[in-house]
Design a protein around this ligand. Sequence first.
Ligand code: E4P
Length: 215
Amino acid sequence: MKLFLDTANVTEIREAAALGVISGVTTNPTLIAKEGRDFKETILEITKIVDGPISAEVVSLDAQGMIKEAIEIASWHPNIVIKIPMIWEGLKAVKELSNKGIKTNVTLVFSPSQALLAAQAGATYVSPFIGRFTDISQDGIALISDIVDIFTLHDIKTKIIAASIRTPMDVVNAAKAGADIATVPYKVLEQMVKHPMTDIGVQRFLEDWKKVPKK
Ligand code: E4P
């Protein structure tokens, strides 16, 4: 399973990219707004840091508006993937964009039937949201698992991005369920690196090293 970073913060993206573990980036209007910067400028800076799929979301609610925005955004850089909300008009937009060879990431997916529709419309990626589903007492990992089963059974090529990740265990469980990608917030990436036994081990090695006779 690959890892994408779920942020529009270029400092975080630069730091995570230096680890060599990130193959793409996902953003959304909330993450863009949080940075207080111009949308295009931010996305273009991200494309310079990570050489992989960069998701940028449209905000229109009608298919024609989404397609117009998508064509403009996709023209900024070849790695850009257009994020489209999983609504009726969104499916129409995905179909048109897919015909034009523009890659799409259907977002706000909360059911296997939505994922199936997005895939049939031609989505490159679907993003089922684990955390927001778990927030309402639903099983986010079972959602990923069901979509994986359906896509595998029917040889559907659309890639599954486990989104709305809140903890390192969400990442592990998404990997076990068979997601193609997990898009993780920077904080979760930091938590994934840390283990108290590793810190204790490093400390003990350093202390023992002091006891080695030096010539
Ligand atoms: C993914 O593409 C979404 O932008 C993101 O994972 C949403 O996460 P949240 O539920 O923590 O806002």
